[in-house]
Design a protein around this ligand. Sequence first.
Ligand code: NAI
Ligand code: 3PY
Length: 327
Amino acid sequence: MKPSIVLYRSIPANLRERLEQHFTVHAFDSLTPENPVALQQALWQAEGLIGSGGQIDEAFLRQAPKLRAASTISVGYDNFDVDALNAHNVVLMHTPTVLTETVADTLMSLVLATARRVVEVAERVKAGEWQESIGPEWYGVDVHHKTMGILGMGRIGLALAQRAHFGFGMPVLYNARSVHQAAEQRFNARRCDLDTLLAESDFICIVLPLTDETFHMIGREQLAKMKKSGILINAGRGPVVDEAALIEALQNGTIHAAGLDVFEQEPLPVHSPLLNMPNVVALPHIGSATHETRYGMAECAVDNLIAALTGTVKENCVNPQILKTSL
Ligand SMILES: NC(=O)C1=CN([C@@H]2O[C@H](COP(=O)(O)OP(=O)(O)OC[C@H]3O[C@@H](n4cnc5c(N)ncnc54)[C@H](O)[C@@H]3O)[C@@H](O)[C@H]2O)C=CC1
Ligand SMILES: O=C(O)C(=O)CO
């Protein structure tokens, strides 16, 4: 008999067929479906789990006693309690690399959109406000040759450094626990402490994972250390920035603007003050959302689950120590 799995995100038909060749697939739109009893029953039998979003913690794992592998269609896995997965011998797979370049493009688009006020100015044109030649009230600030500060010099951080260095002639600063050889040798990036990065950068781009250590890493005190002309970009995870402190800093003119792809609460509540600020570009968590990359992520996650449940994992495993004990 084929192992039973729960799929909790819609994926392209050919990839679903690939799953069906190996498994009996119980499909749901999310982990909060219209029929929670059907999900409960499916989880009780499931050896595998594939999808994105939701909170996978101890209470969840108790509802899925046969689970051996979870495959998230994302690189970030802060919604998984990895200690609980380890305690239940559940292997966790994710999708690094396939989305790296696309997310770096999104970060760069937020840099450009905030600096050049692309969204605000385009809306004014649509509203019929372009009546004569434009004056300084339409101007933005330059991006090229300004200083780029990167928080999270990993795969995506490196791809961003490449764009900043070669595409825009920007000096690159980064804050990290250890030296990133490739960033320094290839893109002339300079490692510095957080305070220096805050004080010297024109653009601060966050592409950090959410962990206990990074939660509210950027708060009132850090925002006050940025240049008044500084622009904050966050495409890591919302809670890395204290959003209330950010709103205050934008309202008080402590910093110039913000470009945000992620928020403390998603979807961003419609009454958020961020939505009324012309100097904020807010995106609906679209960092990796291109047709090509979302297909690549789903394909990678499908292959990851097949590998995890057939004992052929070579890459993309968050907790490889479990492979030795459980598979
Ligand atoms: N907005 C979006 O749609 C997307 C957001 N992301 C976010 O971006 C994150 C990074 O992705 P990758 O670059 O692939 O991961 P990665 O693991 O290659 O890079 C993360 C880097 O952050 C560093 N880091 C972690 N904690 C730190 C700390 N306290 N101080 C300084 N550096 C620290 C790590 O050492 C690592 O170099 C993901 O975990 C996810 O949260 C990823 C994809 C899409
Ligand atoms: O992969 C991730 O971590 C995302 O946030 C969506 O691509």
